[in-house]
Design a protein around this ligand. Sequence first.
Ligand code: SF4
Length: 272
Amino acid sequence: MRPNAYRVHGMMQSYFTRKMTGYLDYKGIPWLFRRFPGVSSLAKARESQVLAAWSGLGYYRRARNLRAAARLIARRHKGRFPADPQAARALPGVGRYTAGAVLSIAYGQKEPVLDGNVARVLSRIALVRQGTRTAAGRRELWALAQTLAEAAAAPGDLNQALMELGATLCTPLDPGCPRCPVRNVCAARAAGIEDSIPPRRTVRAPVTLRTAVALVSRSGRLLMRRRAGTGKAAPAADRDSAPSGRWRPSGTPSPTGGSGSRCTGRASSPSP
Ligand code: SF4
């Protein structure tokens, strides 16, 4: 029996894809599904309820996207994750990778997945030397993933196996080739260059920033303010929060130039 599309979608948004194989194993996710057992309950939930259920998993934009997608699925797709790849990719937070995972795992469609783990595995097996570092490499790897999915009797199982292989054995450093089930068809292993494919990114030297943080507390309670959004959509005041430099000791350089000597942050009222 195939996993439920709603749960696969939730798992894919959870970031911890290495837990996909046992897709109910990750401790936070069953709790999320118990709280919101289906698309309808998630679509009806308030954002604060979803964020509370997601608490501890990080990447809160994914929780917001999951709820927004559930609302669209409930409204436009009769509560069912759309089986059409274009419609799936039109959902908030659903790109080619997530759509491919849900459609192949939940519906058995011959759709590819390509995340960092899968890209590394395929780069090594097929000796795509640049991996996803170049547009040509990305195209080649997507095409390879597509070819494999189309040839597979169970594309969802294939995709999960590739994700799991990349997460557990075919790791960036010191891959476990002697135990690998595909070692006999791996070109990088045959050439003895598995460690250098894909090439490592150049690590930029760390930048030291000096900053100060003010905590406002009263009667054992801390003043906190919920961010109004994330990323480019966030108001400037939310993007410009510590440690990026609103509060700086006198005379210390700002990350964006100039020297800091005063607080430019806005105060907000303590919650009742
Ligand atoms: S043989 Fe080694 S490099 Fe090749 S896929 Fe397996 S773990 Fe990765």
